[in-house]
Write a protein that binds this ligand. Structure first.
Ligand code: SAH
Ligand code: SF4
Length: 362
């Protein structure tokens, strides 16, 4: 299907995102088959640990925004983080993601650096570390990279500067250009770089989303985590809650985005995000069947999961429930010839190839 279509044009992508007559099952199957062909018939696990909900920013969509005084702020201790991370390691996850609100204090920077070093030591450098701690100075990114982190997730949120300015306060700490600059810095330092967008934002058009796909292609990213926008009641954007697409529409649009990105970028890692599951009980399985190849179970200690409420309805699961869920997913995946990649870091093939190319050029 679509073999003769030139995907890399905005009109075709917009059509494929918006047209009601598209055979979605065929689109998803094609994307899944490309994922299997180029990345393997495996799904990589990343244990997510939400290390702090303290944030200096005020993004208009996010429940953790600094002006939301309903949030009880926390910072996990070193031993809480290590406990969760070592659980991931012992269970064979191969990789962890440390995520937080954006903090710039020297203490935070040093704390994260220390944690990265401790994880590296305690796992004999066998657990790949991804960070998702927002925009930072180049020096900080460099410091964390040298400590042992190798991947960084920083969503551009939307590639359209105008829409970006509408969903953020208009001030210097919420700058589209700075965020984009950070993506360049991360790449220059040597990180495997991940970005992504929210899907179904108020005021977002399908052309915007098609442009988002092209943005990711242009940026030559290694990883993507994108998912539906979900309203958080204590945010300024909640006032537009009646103006957004229905949950079914946002789910479908998100799955089409995953499938089209897979067709555009065959060998990157694409996460099937938790937000998909908030819209549909099998949301994350659907994402994997539409071309995603990464699953990120949440390993944050339960009392803190509730406080890390980026959007409403984010599921809370104990470790035992997480393991049960993975086992169930493993069974479901078997029907499609897919397996969980236990004990594998799951580096994006895209990164391996672009590094080889860079070395050949220099
Ligand atoms: N502070 C860091 C990482 C934590 S936020 C950062 O902003 O990069 C992680 C992601 O949550 C954001 O990139 C954003 O895309 C997503 N997010 C925030 N609010 C959301 C909402 N209401 N619905 C869906 N995703 C949301
Ligand atoms: Fe902070 Fe990230 Fe939420 Fe923005 S999206 S308010 S930076 S946690």
């Amino acid at each position: 299907m679509h073999d003769n279509v030139k995907f890399e044009d905005i009109k075709t992508l917009t059509y494929l995102l918006s047209h009601a007559e598209i055979d979605e099952q065929m689109l998803y199957a094609q994307a899944r088959s490309l994922a299997s062909q180029h990345c393997g018939e495996e799904v990589y696990l990343r244990g997510l640990v939400e290390i702090s909900n303290i944030c200096r920013k005020n993004c208009l969509y996010c429940g953790l925004r600094r002006s939301n005084d309903q949030v009880k702020r926390f910072m996990l201790t070193e031993s809480e983080i290590l406990d969760a991370v070592l659980f991931a390691y012992e269970q064979g996850f191969g990789s962890v993601v440390l995520q937080s609100g954006e903090q710039h204090g020297f203490e935070f920077v040093r704390f994260v650096e220390r944690i990265i070093k401790l994880i590296t030591q305690k796992t004999n450098n066998q657990l790949t570390i991804t960070l998702s701690c927002g925009e930072q100075k180049e020096e900080t990114y460099q410091r964390w990279y040298e400590a042992g982190a190798s991947r960084y997730l920083l969503r551009i949120e939307t590639s359209d500067p105008l829409l970006y300015s509408e969903i953020h306060p208009k001030d210097e700490i919420h700058s589209y250009n700075t965020r984009k600059e950070c993506l360049f810095m991360l790449r220059d330092i040597g990180y495997q770089v991940g970005t992504g967008v929210m899907i179904g934002l108020p005021g977002q058009t399908t052309e915007n989303l098609a442009q988002d796909l092209l943005f990711m292609k242009e940026q030559d990213i290694d990883m993507c985590g994108m998912g539906p926008y979900i309203v958080h009641p204590n945010t300024p954007m909640a006032k537009n809650k009646d103006k957004i697409l229905s949950p079914e529409q946002r789910l479908k649009l998100s799955l089409r985005m995953i499938a089209l990105l897979r067709i555009l970028m065959k060998n990157i890692n694409i996460a099937s995000t938790t937000a998909l599951e908030t819209l549909h009980p099998e949301g994350r399985l659907l994402g994997l069947l539409a071309g995603a190849n990464v699953f990120m179970p949440n390993l944050t200690p339960v009392p803190y999961q509730e406080k890390y409420s980026i959007y409403a309805g984010k599921p809370t699961l104990h470790r035992e429930q997480v393991l049960k869920k993975i086992k169930m997913l493993e069974k479901q995946l078997l029907d499609y010839g897919l397996q969980i990649a236990w004990n594998k870091p799951g580096n994006p093939i895209h990164y391996q190839l672009r590094n080889k190319n860079d070395i050949n050029i220099s």
